[in-house]
Design a protein around this ligand. Sequence first.
Ligand code: F0G
Length: 501
Amino acid sequence: MAAGIDIMSVSKGLKSENDLETKSRPYFNHSIELKRRCTKEERAKVLASVGLNVFFFPAEMVSGCDMLSDSGTTTMTNEQWASLHMGDVAYGSNRGYFVLMDQVKKTFGDGFSNSLASGKPNAFLFHQGRAAEDALFTALGKLGKDMVIPSNGHFDTTQANIEANGMQALNLFSPELGAENPESHFKGNMDVTRFKKLLEESADRIPVAFLTITNNTAGGSPVSMRNIEETSRLAHDSGIPLLFDACRFAENAWFIKNYENGYAKKEIRDIVKEMFSHVDGFAISFKKDGLANMGGGLFLKEGGIFMKKYNGLPDAIMNHQITTEGHPTYGGISGRDIMTIAVGLDTVLKDEYLDYRIKQVQEFGLSMHGLGLPVLMPAGGNAVYLDVNKFFDGTGIKPEDFGGISLTALLLANYGHRACELGYFAFGSYDKSTGKRTFPEVNFVRFAVPRLRYEKQDLESVAVAVKTLYEEREKIPPVEVVYGEDLPLRHFKARFAFRRQ
Ligand code: F0G
């Protein structure tokens, strides 16, 4: 064949193949599920019947996007579906347990995976993250009185498990969180100045310190390697173990690679290992970056401060696990699901997957921002967070009107999209006897993006729907709480009604 012009030279100057606009998704659909058609009137009727609490609204009737959570909502890969069939249902030491322990070692580094021979358990499986938290904090709560567990931001179940065991859950959010600076990429950091002060004043009251990666309560924002290192050094200097709440560890690593000096050329897998080299253990829900629909765990580093300092705790945790979940080798997860976690932990670190995943969330954030909606920028790894106070600014909606609840109810009824209030209602409280209300520092409605589930068109439709409500925000009525304002974890249970202003 005659030598013509080389393709590469003709292609010079064209837009990069890595541009999000020119690049297609790094996967294609393996199977699809048709949605049930459902009218606005049907949704409104059912939503009213469940007291406007979106958690009680039937998922089948969510005819738009279900952004209630990115937890357990991942569309699994064909490899994961295939692995389900490889799982066995043995009552003890099922095949998946060994596969998973091997993968834990590969992903997080030596020391976290159970050495059954050593006799001291250090890896515990649970059916989901909060069960791991329950076991850990039940054991820690027995160590003393007046204890406090600091964190860059506790998730609601973590906070509830700490408080249920008589301890205080303290959030030391980064001062950057509230700053209007889209160039500030690590808004999830621990406020180390406040952490240092706390250690100086009351190190003896702190059994463990926590870092949530990424920081779900603080806009899903990541934590920098520098902050991990610094928090670890401060905790360790005071003899305090540092644990990760590691649900979104891979997403956190992506941000370090892309935005922290010195990490651009490093492999995500190595960044993850470096992150975990600074901690003494981690609690995890595999329903996020495990890409699985169920599963959780608690992993304590062999030779780490936790294992050295709390010699009796691993046995106490294991007893708790056996009485509430099952044998340590399955811990409440079916052998089949365990296999999907092992595969998921490998897939989640693939550059193609992770790059697309986070850029999709970022682009969704940019769409909302571009439409003039007050969203936290830059967007976090798992969700876009709408600032409820800014959304209702100037409308007369007061904190106790819970505008975030009104917004999620109207979005669901009108457009079929389900989002979650994570703000004044979810994290606030009400004391019936004194009539005193507390409101947290943050007031968001979160649009969580389930992994591998939605396409650009879906997310764009949510942005436009929210914009439509924003344009009519003057007309959005407040809610009154008709049941459950004084209950713990009240957002899961409460009932509301729209109130005339
Ligand atoms: N920690 C964090 C940071 C979480 O985001 C969650 C769950 C948990 C712990 C508890 O894990 O659900 O397996 O018991 N977050 C979900 C969410 C529910 O929607 O953000 P779990």
